[in-house]
Design a protein around this ligand. Structure first.
Ligand code: PAN
Ligand code: ZN
Length: 177
């Protein structure tokens, strides 16, 4: 008999997980409508890495490696989503880089949380969340969540986030959409 502890490793400077890994790559072409202006479709914006063959139905994790860059004056970001299960929250731990988590409630309340090495951000249930890389290096964070949380991208695509994060005079600013 074995307990079956699920022990894996992460390279803290690159975000690479020890194999086997499931990888999802998101390009600007996959993010139509997210940015105010269109960019080169083949540009890779972020990668999401997940351990393959997890055993727990209660909790899992994924690593996001979000590249530095901008489309027009808007910083590279993730698509953003609500969780389908309304009571499913999430915790982000930032390992590298700097940026923001943009949070928006179903009622349209907007908040940002700072992300830098060591930041731990709790994404409350019922909140749309998107991460934005405002720095000049890869922003790497690990997300801990319930595997049955589900990802609702549609609500975000339809109504969008009320704010954008853009560069103004070399600094990140939150502006109305
Ligand atoms: C994260 C995100 C990841 C990519 O693991 O899924 O950062 O962002 P999008 O899913 O919005 O493209 C998470 O929040 N999981 O629930
Ligand atoms: Zn999430």
């Amino acid at each position: 008999m074995e307990i079956g502890a699920f022990v894996r490793g992460i390279d803290l400077s690159t975000g690479e997980l020890s194999p086997p890994v499931k990888e999802m790559v998101r390009t600007l072409g996959d993010m139509k409508g997210c940015y105010a202006v269109e960019g080169e479709e083949s540009t890779v914006v972020y990668r999401v890495l997940q351990p393959e063959g997890q055993m727990s139905k209660e909790i899992t994790y994924a690593v996001t490696v979000l590249m530095p860059g901008k489309v027009g004056n808007e910083y590279f970001m993730t698509k953003g989503h609500f969780h389908k299960r309304p009571e499913a929250g999430e915790i982000y731990l930032c390992l590298r880089g700097e940026g923001l988590v943009l949070l928006q409630s179903r009622l349209g309340l907007v908040e940002t949380a700072q992300m830098r090495r060591g930041s731990i951000v709790h994404v409350p249930p019922g909140t749309a969340h998107r991460t934005i890389n405002t720095g000049s290096e890869n922003m790497i964070f690990i997300a801990f969540y319930s595997p049955d949380a589900g990802h609702d991208y549609e609500s975000v695509t339809k109504s969008g986030f009320a704010k954008r994060v853009v560069e103004v005079d070399g600094r990140a600013e939150l502006v109305d959409r």
